[in-house]
Design a binder for this molecule. Structure first.
Ligand code: GDP
Ligand code: MG
Length: 350
């Protein structure tokens, strides 16, 4: 059964960078992954692209042919893709039944909040057997200001209600959050969205005229009780792994490495007997459904890493990287010494 992620969010929220980062991570973990670019305005694609909408339709052609602006042209492209879904279906089927596909969407938020094409394309993909989750990226700098935070909560809620998929909202670029000054609350207040009434003070100071409206929106968000956030720093392995676990739980994906696959670099392979190498459905499902335990799984760890002790952690990581680099250099030097002392047989013969 193929699985996938609909990666959506405003322009610049980090969708394409996330797709690239996840492609690198999953390739290192020997997990299947393919990335599909559905953004016809994506000019410099950094990731290896399995399917590119530009080979079906380009934004420039639509704008030239129909006299549309960039926004109208983009909506046209998505409607065209919907009408020609068999083009996408044929290529998705070629990726195989075990494919794991990331769909890199354009940044126009109306595509995931009210326009119907993406929703209809998603429905068609579900019909052909895809299990999808929506991954909605929001720039973390929105939480540094109460009115902006309300707007991002509303946008997330609207996207969840429109796409009707298992949904993971993500505060992206969390590594930059300390640059925007002190937060009014700890990070868990913003990610767990438990009691928004604490925002009342900040809202009535920054926009007193709209305080009743703001409070009405807060109670709307709380009544639905749907929105919460994960966090992401795309270059941090623990952060990426945590998000991957959260998305796997949303889609119900359980990864069983093929028996002949190598352990990912930097991990200890403990599967010395054939029994422990065999997949055990019970333990797989109980670990998939159990509590998440790993670095960065608790938002308080994220707070410590990127807010409270960012400089100390940065220095610590730099030291670790230096040490790892030295170990690799030493090993390479030792290997080349051994080769010089014991040249291969055919060199002796000569
Ligand atoms: N510091 C930091 N920058 C990021 C992160 N994710 C994306 N960016 C940067 O944000 C900018 C926009 O990213 P991009 O992936 O093009 O956004 P898109 O328009 O949503 O596809 C780029 O300059 C990225 O390098 C992150 O986790 N941390
Ligand atoms: Mg992009």
């Amino acid at each position: 059964m193929p699985f996938g992620e609909i990666v959506c969010g405003s322009p610049g929220s980090g969708k394409s960078t996330y797709c690239y980062g996840k492609h690198q991570l999953f390739t290192a973990l020997s997990r299947p992954i393919s990335v599909v670019n559905l953004d016809p305005a994506n000019e410099s694609i950094t990731y290896p692209c399995a399917i590119d909408i530009s080979s079906l339709i380009t934004l420039q052609d639509v704008m030239d042919e129909h006299g549309l602006g960039p926004n109208g042209g983009l909506l046209y492209c998505m409607e065209y893709l919907e009408a020609n879904f068999d083009w996408l279906e044929e290529r998705l089927k070629a990726l195989g039944k075990d494919a794991y596909v990331l769909f890199d969407l354009p940044g126009q938020v109306e595509l995931s909040t009210n326009h119907d094409s993406v929703k209809n394309i998603v429905a068609k993909m579900t019909k052909i057997g895809f299990r999808l989750a929506a991954v909605h990226l929001c720039d973390a700098h929105y939480v540094t200001d109460a009115p902006k935070y309300i707007s991002v909560l509303l946008l997330s809620l609207r996207t969840m209600l429109h796409l009707e998929l298992p949904h993971v909202n993500v505060l992206s670029k969390i590594d930059l959050i300390s640059q925007y000054g002190d937060l009014d609350f700890n990070l868990d207040f913003y990610t767990e969205v438990q009691d928004l009434s604490y925002l009342e003070n900040a809202l009535s100071t920054s926009a007193p005229r709209f305080s009743a409206l703001n409070m009405a929106m807060i109670s709307l968000i709380e009544d639905y009780s749907l929105v919460s956030f994960e966090t992401l720093a795309v270059e941090d392995k623990n952060s990426m792994l945590h998000l991957a676990r959260a998305i796997d739980r949303a889609t119900g994906y359980v990864f069983v490495p093929p028996p002949d696959s190598n352990a990912p670099p930097g991990t200890v392979d403990t599967s010395d007997s054939s029994a422990s190498a065999r997949s055990n459905a019970y333990s797989l499902f109980s670990s998939a459904l159990g509590p998440m335990r790993g670095p960065a799984d608790d938002v308080r760890d994220v707070q410590e890493r990127w807010v409270d002790a960012k400089e100390q952690w940065d220095a610590h990581e730099k030291k670790q990287w230096r040490q790892e680099g030295e170990i690799i250099r030493d090993e390479a030097a030792r290997a080349s010494n051994i080769r010089e002392r014991n040249p291969p047989e055919d060199v002796h013969m000569a």
